[in-house]
Write a protein that binds this ligand. Structure first.
Ligand SMILES: [Zn+2]
Ligand SMILES: [Zn+2]
Length: 179
């Protein structure tokens, strides 16, 4: 997701470009986002390039109920300002503040704007905290650990609370000894 923005950097403030991402891939440490697609709008501000995008993507995660792979379709509204390393292309802009400098938001010296890392971060915020492989995932049996989407087990689905189990066993033993 690399765009050459030389013509935008030398254009007037307020100039725009309409671009698109089509079937791209971006990564974070945790996720691979693929089929990343959507329109991208770039706006030349006084000192930066403001990038807005509405992207959809597909990501594989783990179902929070059954622990099987869950393929998720996600959407993200992306908006970030990218600062050019070529400061001479911009009128008297000050040096980037060290405190808020983000290397993911730098347009390199060849005027290439790479939105991959920033977009991957934005997409990762759209991944649900408790992903599901499907809306009605039946989860895992808490007794035999069978995946109940694939197999129907015969376990009692209301097992005795472990805190009561020893008491129940004691009761069984007592009734045996008296019987
Ligand atoms: Zn599941
Ligand atoms: Zn079971």
């Amino acid at each position: 997701m690399i765009f050459n923005v030389a013509s935008l950097l030398t254009a007037r403030e307020g100039a725009t470009r309409q671009l698109a991402i089509d079937d791209g891939e971006v990564y974070t440490d945790r996720h691979r986002f693929f089929e990343v697609s959507g329109p991208v709008r770039m706006l030349r501000t006084d000192r930066t390039v403001l990038v807005s995008a509405t992207v959809s993507a597909t990501v594989e995660d783990t179902c929070s109920r059954c622990l099987a792979p869950a393929v998720l379709n996600i959407q993200s509204e992306f908006e970030e300002e990218f600062e050019p390393a070529n400061r001479d292309l911009m009128s008297d802009r000050p040096a980037p503040g060290a405190a808020d400098f983000d290397p993911a938001l730098l347009i390199d010296a060849r005027n290439m704007l790479d939105m991959s890392d920033a977009l991957a971060q934005a997409l990762s915020l759209s991944v649900p905290l408790a992903p599901l492989c499907k809306e009605d995932c039946a989860g895992i049996c808490t007794v035999c650990f069978a995946n109940r989407n694939r197999a129907t087990c015969r376990c009692d689905q209301n097992p005795i609370d472990p805190r009561w189990r020893s008491l129940a066993e004691l009761g069984a033993r007592t009734s045996n000894s008296t019987g």
